[in-house]
Ligand binder design. Structure first.
Ligand code: SAM
Length: 282
């Protein structure tokens, strides 16, 4: 592997050949199902350039050759995946979903004997999963316990999510009554940062998972799956396979939430739509 420690000159990184660009596009599609059109060239250049500038490889072709040789499970391939994912997220993003979730879990039978289970399957840096956990803690009958699985393909965002420390500027995304009930603000060296309470944190299990694989974490187990704002990166066939997989993971009658601008390709009629971007398993 031609790794080196001297940063390449800027001019070496100005040009990305058609061949190298096509390799990077095809490779991210193969490993993560992320479909990148010609229009994503600038994004690919910006993301990979920043990595090469740190002195990792002397040019795009050297990086490409290293990836061609690297095993799929290697650190090098994982770094590539982490570079090319887009992780934008917020607390209480698409708030209609959380209003619906509050009503849904308020109606859960208080005599239920099994834990309520949620899978947040593209959890990014964690804001979405902590929002779900705060809603469950507040609205699920106190006699029912819950567990949440938070997964993402990107190990770097997963680490941040698990750590669960956010800058105070994100507090504006969280309604005051939720802040008062669930947020712990930092002091001293931690001033300017906050965490969600431990009682919430301990309900979430973080794990890497690739949605572009046939594996399903659990079958017929989840009451709810949140799969929001990730379908937009996938090709129609990938969405079709994923729809089948998410259906397997849900209990009959379980709910699937997708992003407001997304659609599932439900050719097998596995789901019934109950609200825009909310479905139940038939
Ligand atoms: C734009 S973020 C959405 C985060 C959150 N769900 C939300 O709606 O705010 C998309 C996330 O999907 C993840 N992702 C992309 N491809 C994936 C795959 N094949 N398997 C699992 N996660 C993936 C990315 O790493 C990223 O964190």
């Amino acid at each position: 592997m031609s790794q080196r420690n001297v940063a390449p000159s800027f001019s070496e990184l100005d040009k990305l050949s058609e061949e190298d660009f096509n390799f990077f596009r095809e490779f991210i599609f193969k490993v993560a199902g992320i479909s990148m059109s010609e229009k994503k060239r600038d994004l690919v250049v910006t993301r990979i350039k920043s990595y090469l500038r740190k002195g990792n490889y002397s040019c795009y072709s050297d990086y490409r050759k290293a990836l061609e040789k690297a095993p799929i499970e290697s650190k090098e391939v994982q770094t590539f995946i982490n570079l090319l994912t887009t992780n934008k997220t917020n607390f209480f993003r698409e708030p209609d979903h959380f209003n619906f979730l509050s009503r849904l879990v308020s109606d859960v039978n208080p005599n239920r004997t099994t834990d309520y289970r949620v899978w947040c399957c593209a959890s990014s840096t964690g804001e979405e999963v902590y929002t779900i956990a705060m809603i469950l803690k507040r609205y699920l009958p106190s006699t029912v316990d819950f567990q949440i699985l938070a997964t993402d393909i990107d190990t770097s965002v997963l680490g941040k999510a698990q750590n669960g420390v956010y800058a105070n500027e994100c507090l504006r995304e969280i309604p005051n009554d939720f802040q008062n009930q669930f947020i712990k603000k930092g002091h001293g060296e931690a001033a300017g940062w906050f965490k969600v309470n431990d009682s919430i944190h301990q309900k979430i299990h973080f794990q890497q998972h690739n949605l572009n694989s046939n594996e399903v974490p659990e079958i017929n187990l989840f009451d709810i799956v949140f799969c929001r704002n990730v379908l937009i990166y996938f090709a129609p066939d990938t969405i079709k396979n994923l729809t089948i997989k998410l259906n397997k993971a849900l209990k009959p009658g379980g709910y699937l939430f997708i992003g407001h601008s997304e659609a599932i390709r439900d050719t097998n009629k596995l789901f019934k739509q109950v609200e825009p971007s909310i479905y139940t398993k038939i």
